[in-house]
Design a protein around this ligand. Structure first.
Ligand code: NAD
Length: 364
């Protein structure tokens, strides 16, 4: 096992939620070493590059990457520091590490029933589910062009998949489904897109290796509707890069806030990068209003997947659930009758419960 975790806080709320998360890590994984590097606008300011070589070297020697967020205010995207910042940082990082699988757990905390956009009875029926999104192919990576034809501009982005790319995520998805409720829903647009027809064909072929898993298909437009109308039907969803991007953001709204949503990305050898699903939220950066949950839960995903520390991951989840049950809320999930906290105060409450949980476990 390589000796350290690479920490890339990035921009906006990234550094503050990362600082809170590292305090949690001191309690739940005191033996791990963390080394911090520059990425995004802050890296550009210091080095003239969004993803400097020193950061690539840091990552290459690490056991896993814990990432914050990058990017500047939307109205400042023309400034060199922010221009193409996300592309140069996140897409470059994904390509550098050859990350091809993105996993987003969608967890429904009973304490947040009133914060969710779902009606109470629908929220109560929801089960946790997981979305797997393919990260390395599709319309983001196919040929792109803007040309003039018949005196007008024409822009093209080619959506392209090969069988190997689909097979790789299909096996991940079936393995995950077989550890859960044996139900996999594959999302595509096979009624009109050839890339989706190949996607569906490879999913069907792979299904024969996993006879215990029931595979069904949903067209992406239907899936978007079903996520809102009947979210309780989902357990594991697998989708290509574009559709996965869209439905995972839609699904992330269901539990109550983007600030709750962690994610993990893996390459074919299982190396993991862990990050909140949201962005750098520049409007609230520096105020300590940001919810640190997504970053803390990304740490828990890292402990589980890169370090096989399942107990530590479970304890972190329990501490967060108890903190919510006891009524503590950051501003994004605040409602009448609950206690409004800064990110720091919320983290302190989580750590307080984490210490109690781990002490109890040690007593047993
Ligand atoms: P965003 O995710 O930063 O913010 C969307 C909304 O969610 C905002 O209202 C924000 O305040 C809120 N939000 C996000 N995280 C939160 C948290 N932890 N706690 C409380 N509220 C939270 O998306 P955006 O505003 O469209 O983009 C802002 C910047 O982030 C842009 O520069 C964009 O390019 C970048 N971005 C980066 C990533 C990434 O680093 N992975 C992802 C998406 C967007």
């Amino acid at each position: 096992m390589k000796p350290y975790v690479a920490i890339l806080p990035g921009d906006g709320i990234g550094p503050e939620v990362m600082a809170h998360t590292l305090k949690v890590a001191e309690h739940i994984a005191p033996d791990l070493t963390f080394k911090t590097g520059l990425i995004g606008g802050v890296a550009f300011k210091e080095t003239g590059q969004h993803f400097p070589k020193a950061t690539a070297d840091l990552i290459d020697g690490s056991a896993a990457v814990l990432f914050g967020a990058v990017g500047g205010p939307v109205e400042q995207q023309h400034k060199p520091q922010w221009h193409n910042c996300e592309t140069n940082s996140i897409l470059a990082l994904r390509q550098h590490l050859q990350l091809n699988i993105n996993l987003r757990p969608v967890h429904f905390y009973p304490a947040l029933a009133l914060t969710s956009p779902l009606k109470n009875e629908r929220f109560a029926a929801c089960n946790d589910f997981v979305i797997l999104r393919e990260l390395a192919g599709d319309i983001y990576f196919g040929d792109k062009s803007t040309v003039v034809e018949n005196k007008q501009k024409v822009a093209r982005d080619v959506a392209e998949y090969n069988e190997g790319q689909i097979k790789s995520i299909a096996h991940w998805a079936f393995k995950l489904a077989s550890k859960r409720r044996n139900h996999l829903i594959s999302v595509d647009k096979a009624n009109v897109l050839q890339s989706s027809q190949l996607w569906r064909q490879v999913m069907e072929e792979t299904a024969t290796d996993y006879p215990n898993v029931k595979l069904s298909h949903q067209l992406v437009d239907n899936c978007a509707m079903q996520l809102i109308l009947k979210p309780e039907q989902f357990d594991v969803i697998v989708a290509g890069n574009l559709f996965g991007d869209i439905i995972s953001d839609a699904a992330s709204a269901l539990p109550g806030s983007l600030g709750l949503m962690p994610s993990a990305s893996f390459n074919p050898s299982g190396f993991g990068l862990y990050e909140p699903a949201g962005g750098s939220a520049p409007a609230i950066a520096g105020t300590d209003l940001a919810n640190p949950m997504a970053q803390i839960l990304s740490l828990a995903l890292m402990l589980e997947h890169s370090f096989q520390r399942h107990q530590a991951a479970r304890a972190t989840h329990m501490a967060i659930s108890q903190t919510l049950d006891d009524g503590y809320r950051t501003s994004d999930i605040f409602c009448h009758g609950t206690q409004l906290c800064s990110g720091q105060a919320f983290t302190d409450e989580v750590i307080h419960r984490l210490i109690q949980i781990t002490e109890k476990k040690n007593d047993i």
